[in-house]
Write a protein that binds this ligand. Structure first.
Ligand SMILES: NC(=O)C1=CN([C@@H]2O[C@H](COP(=O)(O)OP(=O)(O)OC[C@H]3O[C@@H](n4cnc5c(N)ncnc54)[C@H](O)[C@@H]3O)[C@@H](O)[C@H]2O)C=CC1
Ligand SMILES: O=C(O)[C@@H]1CCC=N1
Length: 272
């Protein structure tokens, strides 16, 4: 892929995840700059990945061909308005913020710039990310390809044709690592109550999770329900556990949680 000069505005969890994944996949560290108001996260990024750092957003943007907007949605307007002091023409913007529409970002930036809205997730740090991308028709094929290749460096990507579908990506992939962590936490808590020590209880649940994820990925020809059936002996232990989940509404619970994420994303579009 092209190695354009890229600035991350906001050096928090998600920027760190993407930068980590990019550098591991061979993106040149000298082409990456992170900007953040406070030093500690910047120093850690510089030490860990050898990228450029600055506490001055304008300096980062002036030297960049691509600007990744990676601050919390609440701060986006203030940050983008400040960026207007730089000449933003010719730059490609990539937003990773939840709940802020492309048109609203353009308004915040005070122009009409090539802009790709994306929704990544934190496993990007391990090259196992999943990112949804949306670009309107004004974004050139070259910029689209660059954005896709960029996030493709840190995992898999899926383009959506309708901007609203980014909210579906949030529910299914952006937020969902946390759902799995909550599920594993609950399992580990029960394993602890059963008498396993912390290390063993974690090993039991994490290895089962890793194995299950690998089975899902390596058996594309099998429905998820078939993989489930392979574990489930008639009248056995798994059936007992799964019946408990089904009887207590696991599917409605998951559906409700994903819809709650979508609802919140829509609310955020009105708030910010
Ligand atoms: N954490 C996640 O799993 C995901 C987060 N996102 C999106 O990524 C964005 C960032 O989220 P996180 O990295 O989790 O948040 P974070 O709070 O870890 O990072 C935000 C960073 O912005 C910095 N910041 C604050 N004011 C700033 C300013 N004026 N200029 C530059 N930087 C400033 C903060 O110091 C902080 O380091 C959000 O918009 C969120 O919706 C998207 C997908 C997944
Ligand atoms: O919780 C959030 O709003 C962000 C977006 C997806 C993951 N974290």
């Amino acid at each position: 892929m092209q190695h354009r000069k890229i600035a991350f505005i906001g050096a928090g969890n998600m920027s760190r995840s993407i930068i980590s994944g990019m550098v591991s996949s061979g993106y040149p560290a000298e082409a990456i700059t992170a900007a953040n108001p406070s030093r500690p996260k910047l120093d850690a990024l510089s030490n860990d990945f050898g990228i450029n750092i600055t506490q001055d957003n304008l300096e980062a943007v002036r030297n960049a061909e691509v600007v990744v907007l990676a601050v919390k949605p609440q701060l986006m307007e203030e940050v983008c308005k400040h960026l207007q002091q730089a000449d933003l023409n010719g730059k490609l913007f990539v937003s990773i913020a939840a709940g802020i529409k492309a048109a609203r970002l353009q308004q915040m930036l005070g122009g009409d710039y090539p802009l790709v809205r994306t929704m990544p997730n934190t496993p990007s740090a391990l090259g196992k990310g999943m990112t949804g991308l949306y670009a309107d028709s004004q974004v050139s094929d070259t910029d689209r390809s660059f954005a896709g290749d960029l996030l493709g460096q840190v995992g898999d990507v899926a383009w959506v044709d309708e901007e609203d579908m980014i909210n579906g990506v949030i529910a299914a992939a952006g937020s969902s690592p946390a759902y799995f962590f909550l599920f594993l936490e609950s399992m580990q808590d029960e394993a602890l109550r059963m008498g396993f020590d912390r290390e063993t209880s974690r090993k039991l649940v994490q290895q089962a999770c890793l194995g299950a994820a690998e089975m899902v990925c390596q058996n594309q020809d099998l429905e998820l329900s078939e993989l489930r059936a392979q574990v489930t002996s008639k009248a056995g232990t798994t059936a007992a556990a799964l019946n408990h989940f089904e009887d207590n509404g696991i599917r409605e619970l998951v559906s409700g949680a994903m819809q709650a994420a979508v609802t919140r994303a829509k609310e955020m579009s009105d708030e910010f």
